[in-house]
Design a protein around this ligand. Structure first.
Ligand code: UT7
Length: 332
């Protein structure tokens, strides 16, 4: 971001996860898997799953309330709401509008971002520019997912990987120079949509008895290929951010990676030649929460004191689309 522009900071962070914990052993009662396989191949020990009736907008609104409280703000201080989700509550309208209603906020613009697991960082880029332009003073960004609603609970290769939850932040401009969002990179490769997608339920294949029978409304993933591309693109985006800002990995106090697989995070650490203790890892407790993953990890890292004022933080994500994104922050 150019020096002449005002600094844009994340002035409040908040999270919400459902109360219900489901362990690998509990999943092994329903599909042919084991705690040992899931732990060693993914790093996941348990995940949170929403109860019936616990909706993605409610989880998002809870995270938003926590972010507002963290920033010392009221809902009425917010000028716009952006929601990143791959599990929208309804095909339309936007989940952001449902969150707006939950928060009781009339008339501010509200819209969704669809970039799967990269959604929160895609949203952060968009929101940063909305604030930087001066058009909006404070924007609420929410990443919220009910992944359990799109999983095929008979497919052991995917159902063990994901969890539900939400994270939110308030993005606003400040006069203090050189803090907040330093730089961001977004990318996509739409030629590989087949690797991670839900075939039916959209306008191409609307819901029908046939699509239901073929279980086409559930998430499908070619895990091995997605794994390799996640390592490649998250590594590239992290290195590009460092290089174009004249930094090395040693200048980064804390890395917040998308939590998809501990082996992806290990590979990223090896690429950056950083010890794993420089990374926030919470995949063991939450699994992959898609657009909620980055804010859940960022808030936890701050809570644990893993970074403080003046520290540089690197965020990197990868997901369906295919999409990837990175952000470099200097904490205020
Ligand atoms: O957030 C978006 C990005 N998402 C990701 O980045 C996910 C990327 N992919 C991955 O994390 C990994 O590829 C997986 C965790 C999905 C799979 O791990 P893998 O090491 O690539 O395993 P695999 O798919 O090659 O499967 C190895 C074996 C297979 O058995 P055979 O063919 O070798 O007999 C699978 O059938 O493991 C089997 N397997 C399982 N076994 C027990 C697959 N899932 C399970 C399971 N429990 N849940």
């Amino acid at each position: 971001m150019e020096d002449s522009q005002r600094s844009v900071i994340l002035s409040g962070l908040g999270t919400f996860v459902p109360h219900k914990v489901v362990t690998n052993d509990e999943l092994a009662l329903h599909v042919e898997t084991s705690d040992e396989w899931v732990r060693t191949r993914t790093g996941i020990a348990e995940r949170r799953l929403a109860e019936p009736g616990q909706e993605v907008s409610q989880m998002g609104a809870e995270a938003a309330r926590a972010a507002l409280a963290d920033a010392g703000l009221q809902a009425t201080d917010i000028d716009a709401i952006v929601c990143a989700t791959m599990t929208p509550e309804l095909p339309f309208p936007a989940t952001a509008c449902l969150i707006q209603a939950e928060l009781g906020l009339p008339r501010v613009p509200a819209f969704d971002i669809s970039a799967a697991c990269s959604g929160f960082l895609y949203g952060l880029d968009v929101v940063t520019r909305l604030v930087q332009s001066g058009a909006y003073k404070r924007v609420l960004l929410v990443g919220t997912e009910k992944m359990s609603s799109i999983l095929d609970w008979e497919d052991r290769s995917t159902c063990v990987l994901f969890g539900d939850g939400a994270g939110a932040c308030i993005v606003e401009a400040v006069d203090e120079p050189g803090v907040g969002i330093v730089d961001m990179i977004l990318g996509a490769d739409g030629s590989r949509t087949d690797l991670l997608h839900t075939p039916a339920g959209g306008s191409r294949l609307p819901a029908s008895a046939e699509t239901l029978a073929a279980r086409q409304h559930y998430l499908r993933m070619s895990g091995k290929e997605v794994f390799k591309l996640a390592v490649k693109e998250m590594g590239a985006v992290a290195n590009d951010l460092l290089e174009r800002n004249g930094l090395t990995a040693a200048d980064i106090t804390c890395v917040i990676p998308h939590q998809a697989n501990i082996r992806i995070i290990d590979a990223l650490a090896a690429r950056l030649e950083l010890p794993l203790d420089r990374f926030l890892v919470n995949i063991d407790r939450y699994g992959n929460t898609s657009a909620a993953s980055i804010p859940l990890a960022l808030e936890e890292a701050r809570r644990l004191g893993r970074f403080g004022s003046g520290d540089r933080i690197l965020l990197a994500a990868f997901g369906a689309g295919l999409t990837w994104a990175g952000a470099l922050l200097k904490w205020q």
